[in-house]
Design a protein around this ligand. Sequence first.
Ligand SMILES: Nc1ncnc2c1ncn2[C@@H]1O[C@H](COP(=O)(O)OP(=O)(O)OP(=O)(O)O)[C@@H](O)[C@H]1O
Ligand SMILES: Nc1nc2c(ncn2[C@@H]2O[C@H](COP(=O)(O)O)[C@@H](O)[C@H]2O)c(=O)[nH]1
Length: 197
Amino acid sequence: MAATFRGTTPEPPDVRPRLTVLSGPSGVGKSTVVAHMRKAHPEVWLSVSATTRKPRPGEQHGVHYFFVTDDEMDKLIANGELLEWAEFAGNRYGTPRAAVLERLERGEPVLLEIDLQGARQVRETMPEAQLVFLAPPSWEELVRRLTGRGTEPPEVIERRLEAAKIELAAEPEFDVTLVNTSVEDVARELLALMDVV
Ligand SMILES: Nc1ncnc2c1ncn2[C@@H]1O[C@H](COP(=O)(O)OP(=O)(O)OP(=O)(O)O)[C@@H](O)[C@H]1O
Ligand SMILES: Nc1nc2c(ncn2[C@@H]2O[C@H](COP(=O)(O)O)[C@@H](O)[C@H]2O)c(=O)[nH]1
């Protein structure tokens, strides 16, 4: 069994899962793992979310997120344009529905990198989706990663760590848990779970 998995090694599904949701506490390394995976496999399509959060240095509109105003987010929600959405640590985030459905209709693998509340909504609306939880090796390491990233002020880090306690407690709701000790190992396991390699 690969060291990355926690719990039982998942059985190969009867039908290839086309929609995969990657969740886990802020700072655990979701974006890092996905970026590593897509460097070798750019064909893995990652949904670009809409958010009311302000861009971090280097983040580009349409690449990392669609950065929208509160009014624009209100409209996306009211018009049913989001597959799921949630408020997380003071900002709203949502998955544009049309782009995801288009790819799923073509039978292409789709990856969503979203929070626990979003994962729960996807489970309700698209129960065939596979839900993958990315866990930190320890609480101390999670705090180190989130703080060490240097992108949020201390009060936002505190909010994200409060949310992390709730997210970590929800691990049993997920189909699979991968422990992010090694980015390379997790990226490889995730590709296998998505049946890309
Ligand atoms: N396996 C790892 N070992 C050590 N550091 C790591 C590992 N994976 C990620 N990191 C580091 O942890 C920090 C947080 O990673 P990242 O931004 O990818 O987290 P995230 O889960 O996407 O966070 P958020 O949910 O806030 O967007 C980054 O500085 C990254 O370089
Ligand atoms: N429910 C959703 N959560 C999302 C979406 N896009 C990103 N996220 C999650 O938000 C937090 C914070 O992200 P950050 O970029 O501000 O650090 C993190 O857990 C993301 O996975 C979404 O469309 N829906």
